[in-house]
Design a protein around this ligand. Structure first.
Ligand code: ZN
Length: 235
Protein backbone atom coordinates (compact mmCIF):
# COMPACT_ATOMS: atom_id res chain seq x y z
CA UNK A 1 0.00 0.00 0.00
CA UNK A 2 1.10 3.55 -0.61
CA UNK A 3 2.42 4.73 2.82
CA UNK A 4 0.36 7.90 2.49
CA UNK A 5 -2.78 5.80 2.34
CA UNK A 6 -1.97 4.34 5.76
CA UNK A 7 -3.06 7.62 7.35
CA UNK A 8 -6.52 7.41 5.73
CA UNK A 9 -9.31 5.84 7.85
CA UNK A 10 -9.88 2.16 7.05
CA UNK A 11 -13.43 2.51 5.67
CA UNK A 12 -12.22 5.14 3.22
CA UNK A 13 -9.22 2.99 2.32
CA UNK A 14 -11.45 -0.01 1.61
CA UNK A 15 -13.53 2.18 -0.67
CA UNK A 16 -10.36 3.48 -2.33
CA UNK A 17 -9.27 -0.11 -2.94
CA UNK A 18 -12.15 -0.44 -5.39
CA UNK A 19 -10.50 2.06 -7.67
CA UNK A 20 -6.78 1.65 -7.01
CA UNK A 21 -4.84 -1.01 -8.89
CA UNK A 22 -4.31 -4.02 -6.62
CA UNK A 23 -0.68 -5.05 -6.25
CA UNK A 24 1.00 -8.41 -5.72
CA UNK A 25 2.22 -8.93 -2.13
CA UNK A 26 5.33 -10.72 -3.42
CA UNK A 27 6.60 -8.57 -6.32
CA UNK A 28 4.40 -5.43 -6.22
CA UNK A 29 3.32 -5.84 -9.86
CA UNK A 30 -0.31 -5.03 -10.65
CA UNK A 31 -2.67 -7.98 -10.15
CA UNK A 32 -4.95 -9.25 -12.90
CA UNK A 33 -8.66 -9.53 -12.06
CA UNK A 34 -8.50 -13.27 -11.39
CA UNK A 35 -5.44 -13.01 -9.11
CA UNK A 36 -5.86 -12.65 -5.36
CA UNK A 37 -3.08 -10.99 -3.28
CA UNK A 38 -0.34 -12.84 -5.21
CA UNK A 39 0.33 -12.85 -8.96
CA UNK A 40 0.48 -16.22 -10.71
CA UNK A 41 4.29 -16.12 -10.95
CA UNK A 42 4.77 -15.48 -7.20
CA UNK A 43 2.10 -18.07 -6.44
CA UNK A 44 4.03 -20.69 -8.43
CA UNK A 45 7.32 -19.56 -6.81
CA UNK A 46 6.16 -19.69 -3.17
CA UNK A 47 9.12 -21.34 -1.39
CA UNK A 48 7.13 -23.92 0.60
CA UNK A 49 9.12 -25.88 3.18
CA UNK A 50 6.88 -28.99 3.17
CA UNK A 51 8.22 -29.64 6.69
CA UNK A 52 4.91 -30.60 8.29
CA UNK A 53 5.18 -34.37 8.17
CA UNK A 54 8.87 -34.52 9.02
CA UNK A 55 9.53 -34.74 12.79
CA UNK A 56 13.20 -33.93 12.24
CA UNK A 57 12.61 -30.74 10.27
CA UNK A 58 14.79 -27.69 10.89
CA UNK A 59 12.18 -25.76 12.91
CA UNK A 60 11.45 -28.69 15.19
CA UNK A 61 15.18 -29.21 15.75
CA UNK A 62 15.45 -25.64 17.13
CA UNK A 63 13.34 -26.68 20.11
CA UNK A 64 14.58 -30.23 20.66
CA UNK A 65 15.83 -30.76 24.20
CA UNK A 66 14.60 -27.32 25.29
CA UNK A 67 10.82 -27.55 25.39
CA UNK A 68 8.27 -30.32 24.90
CA UNK A 69 6.41 -29.92 21.60
CA UNK A 70 4.00 -32.13 19.69
CA UNK A 71 5.16 -30.75 16.35
CA UNK A 72 6.70 -27.65 14.77
CA UNK A 73 6.82 -26.36 11.23
CA UNK A 74 7.07 -23.28 9.01
CA UNK A 75 5.05 -22.64 5.85
CA UNK A 76 7.76 -20.88 3.77
CA UNK A 77 11.51 -20.51 3.49
CA UNK A 78 12.97 -17.05 3.13
CA UNK A 79 13.74 -16.96 -0.60
CA UNK A 80 16.77 -15.39 -2.28
CA UNK A 81 14.38 -13.27 -4.37
CA UNK A 82 13.10 -11.55 -1.22
CA UNK A 83 9.46 -12.39 -1.94
CA UNK A 84 8.72 -13.65 1.57
CA UNK A 85 10.50 -10.69 3.20
CA UNK A 86 8.36 -8.30 1.14
CA UNK A 87 5.14 -10.09 2.09
CA UNK A 88 5.96 -10.04 5.81
CA UNK A 89 7.20 -6.46 5.70
CA UNK A 90 3.96 -5.35 4.11
CA UNK A 91 1.91 -7.03 6.85
CA UNK A 92 4.01 -5.51 9.62
CA UNK A 93 4.63 -1.96 8.50
CA UNK A 94 2.15 -0.94 5.80
CA UNK A 95 -1.07 -1.17 7.80
CA UNK A 96 -2.25 -3.76 5.31
CA UNK A 97 -4.07 -6.76 6.80
CA UNK A 98 -5.15 -8.33 3.50
CA UNK A 99 -1.84 -10.05 2.60
CA UNK A 100 -1.69 -11.37 6.19
CA UNK A 101 -5.17 -12.85 5.99
CA UNK A 102 -4.36 -14.43 2.64
CA UNK A 103 -1.08 -15.82 3.96
CA UNK A 104 -2.96 -17.22 6.97
CA UNK A 105 -5.47 -18.98 4.69
CA UNK A 106 -2.62 -20.59 2.77
CA UNK A 107 -0.86 -21.56 6.01
CA UNK A 108 -4.01 -23.34 7.19
CA UNK A 109 -4.58 -25.10 3.86
CA UNK A 110 -1.02 -26.36 4.00
CA UNK A 111 -1.13 -27.83 7.49
CA UNK A 112 -4.67 -28.77 8.55
CA UNK A 113 -4.66 -32.16 6.81
CA UNK A 114 -1.21 -33.06 8.16
CA UNK A 115 -1.45 -35.98 10.54
CA UNK A 116 0.97 -34.48 13.07
CA UNK A 117 -1.10 -31.31 13.42
CA UNK A 118 -4.46 -33.05 13.07
CA UNK A 119 -5.42 -32.86 16.76
CA UNK A 120 -4.81 -29.10 17.07
CA UNK A 121 -8.00 -27.54 18.44
CA UNK A 122 -6.89 -23.99 19.26
CA UNK A 123 -4.75 -21.31 17.56
CA UNK A 124 -2.76 -18.91 19.73
CA UNK A 125 -0.97 -15.90 18.22
CA UNK A 126 2.37 -14.88 19.75
CA UNK A 127 1.39 -11.71 21.67
CA UNK A 128 2.86 -8.32 20.93
CA UNK A 129 3.51 -5.86 23.69
CA UNK A 130 0.28 -3.80 24.03
CA UNK A 131 2.10 -0.55 23.25
CA UNK A 132 3.48 -2.02 20.03
CA UNK A 133 0.09 -3.42 19.11
CA UNK A 134 -1.53 -0.06 19.72
CA UNK A 135 1.04 1.68 17.53
CA UNK A 136 0.63 -0.84 14.68
CA UNK A 137 -3.13 -1.13 15.05
CA UNK A 138 -3.02 -4.92 15.17
CA UNK A 139 -0.88 -7.93 16.05
CA UNK A 140 0.42 -9.44 12.80
CA UNK A 141 0.34 -12.96 14.31
CA UNK A 142 -3.36 -12.50 15.16
CA UNK A 143 -3.95 -11.47 11.52
CA UNK A 144 -2.35 -14.75 10.38
CA UNK A 145 -4.55 -16.62 12.88
CA UNK A 146 -7.67 -14.79 11.61
CA UNK A 147 -6.83 -15.93 8.06
CA UNK A 148 -6.17 -19.50 9.25
CA UNK A 149 -9.50 -19.63 11.08
CA UNK A 150 -11.35 -18.90 7.83
CA UNK A 151 -10.14 -22.30 6.59
CA UNK A 152 -9.79 -24.34 9.77
CA UNK A 153 -12.70 -24.88 12.19
CA UNK A 154 -10.70 -24.66 15.42
CA UNK A 155 -10.88 -22.18 18.28
CA UNK A 156 -9.16 -18.82 18.55
CA UNK A 157 -7.21 -18.50 21.82
CA UNK A 158 -6.91 -14.76 21.09
CA UNK A 159 -5.27 -13.11 24.06
CA UNK A 160 -4.85 -16.39 25.95
CA UNK A 161 -1.22 -15.39 26.41
CA UNK A 162 -0.22 -11.76 26.94
CA UNK A 163 3.03 -9.85 27.12
CA UNK A 164 3.53 -7.96 30.34
CA UNK A 165 6.79 -6.08 29.89
CA UNK A 166 8.56 -4.73 26.85
CA UNK A 167 11.42 -6.98 25.86
CA UNK A 168 14.59 -4.86 25.86
CA UNK A 169 16.92 -5.06 22.89
CA UNK A 170 18.01 -8.66 22.64
CA UNK A 171 21.19 -8.01 20.72
CA UNK A 172 24.48 -8.85 22.45
CA UNK A 173 22.73 -11.23 24.84
CA UNK A 174 23.45 -14.91 24.86
CA UNK A 175 20.74 -17.49 24.34
CA UNK A 176 20.15 -18.13 28.06
CA UNK A 177 19.82 -14.42 28.82
CA UNK A 178 17.43 -14.03 25.95
CA UNK A 179 15.40 -16.97 27.17
CA UNK A 180 15.15 -15.72 30.75
CA UNK A 181 14.32 -12.26 29.53
CA UNK A 182 11.56 -13.42 27.23
CA UNK A 183 10.15 -15.88 29.74
CA UNK A 184 9.35 -13.11 32.16
CA UNK A 185 7.52 -11.25 29.44
CA UNK A 186 4.52 -13.60 29.16
CA UNK A 187 1.49 -14.03 31.36
CA UNK A 188 -1.49 -16.42 31.19
CA UNK A 189 -4.68 -14.56 32.19
CA UNK A 190 -6.87 -17.70 32.21
CA UNK A 191 -4.96 -21.01 32.22
CA UNK A 192 -8.21 -23.00 32.64
CA UNK A 193 -9.31 -21.94 29.17
CA UNK A 194 -6.34 -23.84 27.73
CA UNK A 195 -6.52 -26.93 29.94
CA UNK A 196 -6.45 -30.21 28.02
CA UNK A 197 -6.18 -28.51 24.63
CA UNK A 198 -3.74 -28.97 21.75
CA UNK A 199 -2.67 -25.39 21.18
CA UNK A 200 -0.88 -24.27 18.01
CA UNK A 201 1.26 -21.17 18.62
CA UNK A 202 1.41 -19.03 15.47
CA UNK A 203 4.07 -16.43 14.61
CA UNK A 204 5.29 -14.67 11.47
CA UNK A 205 8.96 -15.69 11.52
CA UNK A 206 11.12 -18.11 13.48
CA UNK A 207 14.85 -17.40 13.66
CA UNK A 208 16.50 -18.49 16.93
CA UNK A 209 13.19 -19.65 18.37
CA UNK A 210 13.80 -17.73 21.62
CA UNK A 211 10.44 -15.91 21.66
CA UNK A 212 8.46 -19.03 20.81
CA UNK A 213 10.42 -20.95 23.43
CA UNK A 214 9.33 -18.33 25.98
CA UNK A 215 5.70 -18.82 24.94
CA UNK A 216 5.92 -22.61 25.21
CA UNK A 217 7.51 -22.34 28.68
CA UNK A 218 4.74 -20.02 29.83
CA UNK A 219 2.08 -22.44 28.54
CA UNK A 220 3.79 -25.19 30.53
CA UNK A 221 1.84 -23.95 33.57
CA UNK A 222 -1.42 -25.23 32.02
CA UNK A 223 -2.46 -28.76 33.09
CA UNK A 224 -2.73 -31.40 30.33
CA UNK A 225 -1.87 -28.98 27.56
CA UNK A 226 -0.18 -30.06 24.31
CA UNK A 227 1.66 -27.42 22.33
CA UNK A 228 2.77 -27.15 18.70
CA UNK A 229 4.40 -24.29 16.79
CA UNK A 230 3.80 -22.99 13.27
CA UNK A 231 5.22 -19.90 11.59
CA UNK A 232 4.68 -18.20 8.23
CA UNK A 233 8.40 -18.39 7.49
CA UNK A 234 11.70 -19.67 8.83
CA UNK A 235 14.97 -17.82 8.40
ZN1 ZN B 1 4.03 -11.31 -7.78
Amino acid sequence: MNPLLATVPRALRDLGGLFLPRRCGGCDQGLRHFEHCLCSLCEADLPRTRFHDDPRNRVEELFRGKVQLEAASAFLHFSPTGMVQRMLHRIKYHHDRQPGLELGRRMADDIRTSERFGTVDMLLPVPLHPRKEHARGYNQSQVLVDGMLERWPVENAGKGLVRVVRTPSQTRRNRLDRWLNVKEAFHLPDPEKLRGRHVLIVDDVVTTGATLEGCVKALGAVPDIRVSVYTAACA
